[in-house]
Ligand binder design. Sequence first.
Ligand code: SF4
Ligand code: SF4
Length: 341
Amino acid sequence: MTNKKITKKDIAKLLSQWSREFTVFVPSMESGVAAMARWDGKDAGFLDWYRNTIVSPKSIVFPDLEEMFSFQKDKEGYHIELPASDEHKQLIFGIRPCDARALNILDAPFKDAYEDPYYLPKRRNTVLVGLGCTKPCDSCFCTSLGISPSESTDVDIMLTDIGNQFLIEPVSEAGKELIDTTSRVEEATETDEARAKEVKEASYHKVTRKIDTEDIKKKLLPNFDNQNYWEKIAAKCVSCGICTFLCPTCYCFDINDELVKGQGARFRSWDSCAFPIYTKMPMENPREEKWRRVRQKVNHKYGFHPMNFDIIACTGCGRCIRLCPVNWDITQALNSLPAKV
Ligand code: SF4
Ligand code: SF4
């Protein structure tokens, strides 16, 4: 199948068509916070302001708060009711390549290591329509993690901005099938393809922040017990947890029960290794000092996760740099790992 194209003014009609089959999520702004939210059926005005969302699209497959089951307590004990199976089809329009890769990274703990019954149905039923970045932020460093801002093998369909139109590339079988049944798309010409190639190359070179993952691999574990280094690196962190909540690859969660007059539910909610009260295992958080928690965050992403799953749990999306209230910067931390311990 050759590539297709669509004019930008037809995007709302495209979303409207897809809305008949899917719950469609698009970049949306509420109270100044950009997140993927259900399309309101009106227009595609987000194309004017969208660079990336503040809240990552992981929240669609791994919500910040999710009911695991409800229960009733009576004289005979507890009666448990599981939530209805979540098999409805959904589509995320405009996901960036870094965030699409993040979902693949989340598959490791939620699909490969353990089959999570809450995550998997949502993930399986989610079609990803990627939109290439043409204006990466200063904080982005995706290219250092082997990700292109404008190309992706982690999506079903990839769009590239070629002026008044988007080039449409089907990536997966599901993407091909969807394009086959979508109206308002036309065949792309050689000129469109050439323009898309230029746009992709230009975007790639706009990502100027870099880290050297091979160098980090050599230095990270030997510095694990380098307390001086981690104390220095952790000094300005205020343990707010924003970086981990907004990180598209962080997946720690807490579990709590709520019980009122014999009825209740068990919920899971995002948690953060940055919090002093995180992992209160049988007694206390084993990482009481802040430097240990910062060390854990960095080592989990760049050391332990690749050891377990063969992939670094960071996409270089830069959210943790852009949104940290004290300008803590993971690239500075990684780039300043001492060579000699
Ligand atoms: S967002 Fe910044 S201050 Fe907050 S926990 Fe992360 S690094 Fe620390
Ligand atoms: S660690 Fe920071 S740059 Fe890496 S994926 Fe998470 S938020 Fe993005």
